[in-house]
Design a protein around this ligand. Structure first.
Ligand code: OSB
Ligand code: MG
Length: 369
């Protein structure tokens, strides 16, 4: 494959409503769209999922742009390769910076699938024609607000709900939700808000049949999670702690979790994500696809990945309208009866609207290779 030109589009998009987690509130989404072009003018798109602030992992929009511009593009310009899976090896001597690698690799995967004239899902080996949707609801001002949001999402067809929890917004909230929705597929994400000192507190969750508790302890921990899982009936799902196949192997070996959340950006791209998927399949660990408040481009990558077999649980994959007044892809992503149908056009399968891309762009950087 020969990449001729790379364009970095830095966008600023306002969320419909602030998204609140144990860390704080997000009102605006600064995001990076990577576009790669070949000799024939075909374009592939990827999305950088880092935030403006390094609260989730250490990366930010600025660090991803820096990494892509000063390290990854120079490598790409000197590398000859036939398949996007070869990029992991070329990028290996750059430590971590997974979201930067994933953004560029993702654009190359889309371009590759378009050159082959096949959907990205097929290029990855996915067989599903639709994927199960799920919704992630941020911390709300009151439990009443949360209950009415859950009702609203159920009306829209969502069958699985994830809520965000933190100390002071956990046991009572889950208890109240269970009263209203005894059979709802419900899970809770703590984004590292607890420590091992909270074992007895977290044990109170065991009576509410949660599908899982996501990342209760430190963002980089697998040892304490293993101790916690021994004490908890509720399955632990790891998110922040899993940044590579090696991390996944260690977490399974230590029994630090029973379920894994796979995010393309967090693990350095689709190639590594697929490796983690394959490993979890071998180990009988169910996986699901996480979300990062992406635009439709990132979401389209997530949908393609989730067509792989071991994605047996609904992911944080929701409609474009969950976060955006207007998405930058056409058609927008829609949920019908709790599912999202795979488009059948080549690559990510959605058309990127130049007009909308431009409308939200605050900065553009162009590189000719
Ligand atoms: O921990 O899964 C998370 C959003 C931003 C950063 C981290 C997380 C999330 C979500 C929302 O839970 C998932 C989504 O709908 O994109
Ligand atoms: Mg999470």
């Amino acid at each position: 494959m020969k990449i001729k030109k790379i364009v970095l589009h830095i966008l600023q998009m306002r969320l419909k409503a602030p998204f609140s987690t144990s860390y704080g509130d997000i009102h605006d989404r600064e995001l990076l769209i990577v576009e790669v072009k070949d000799d024939d003018g075909a374009a592939g798109f990827g999305e950088g999922v880092a935030f403006s602030i390094p609260w989730y992992t250490e990366e930010t929009v600025k660090t991803t742009v820096h990494m892509i511009e000063d390290f990854l593009i120079p490598i790409l310009s000197k590398t000859s390769f036939h398949h996007p899976r070869e990029l992991v090896e070329s990028f290996r001597f750059i430590r971590r910076n997974y979201m930067a690698k994933a953004a560029l690799e993702g654009a190359v995967w889309d371009l590759y699938a378009k050159q082959q004239n096949i959907p990205l899902s097929q290029a990855l080996g996915g067989m599903k024609k639709e994927v199960e949707a799920g919704v992630s609801i941020g911390i709300q001002p009151t439990i009443k607000d949360l209950i009415s949001l859950i009702e609203q999402y159920q009306e829209e067809g969502y069958k699985r709900v994830k809520i965000k929890i933190k100390p002071g917004w956990d046991i009572e909230v889950v208890k109240e939700i269970r009263k209203h929705f005894p059979n709802l597929d419900l899970m809770a994400d703590a984004n590292s808000a607890y420590t091992l000192k909270d074992i007895n507190h977290l044990k109170q969750l065991d009576e509410f049949q949660l599908m899982m508790i996501e990342q209760p302890l430190a963002h980089d921990d697998i040892v304490d999670h293993s101790k916690l899982q021994k004490e908890l009936e509720t399955p632990i799902c790891l998110d922040e702690s899993i940044c590579s196949l090696e991390d996944a192997r260690k977490a399974v070996e230590l029994r630090s979790c029973k379920i894994m959340n796979i995010k393309i950006g967090r693990v350095g791209g689709l190639t590594e994500a697929k490796k983690i998927h394959d490993f979890c399949k071998e180990q009988n660990v169910p996986v699901w696809c996480g979300g990062m408040l992406e635009s439709g481009i990132g979401r389209a990558h997530n949908i393609s990945l989730a067509t792989l077999e071991q994605f047996t649980l609904p992911g944080d994959i929701s409609s474009s309208s969950k976060y955006w007044e207007e998405d930058i892809i056409e058609p927008e992503i829609s949920v019908y009866n709790g599912k999202i149908a795979l488009p059948d056009s080549p690559g990510i399968g959605f058309h990127v609207s130049r007009e909308k891309l431009k409308k939200y762009t605050v900065e553009t950087k162009v590189f000719t290779l």
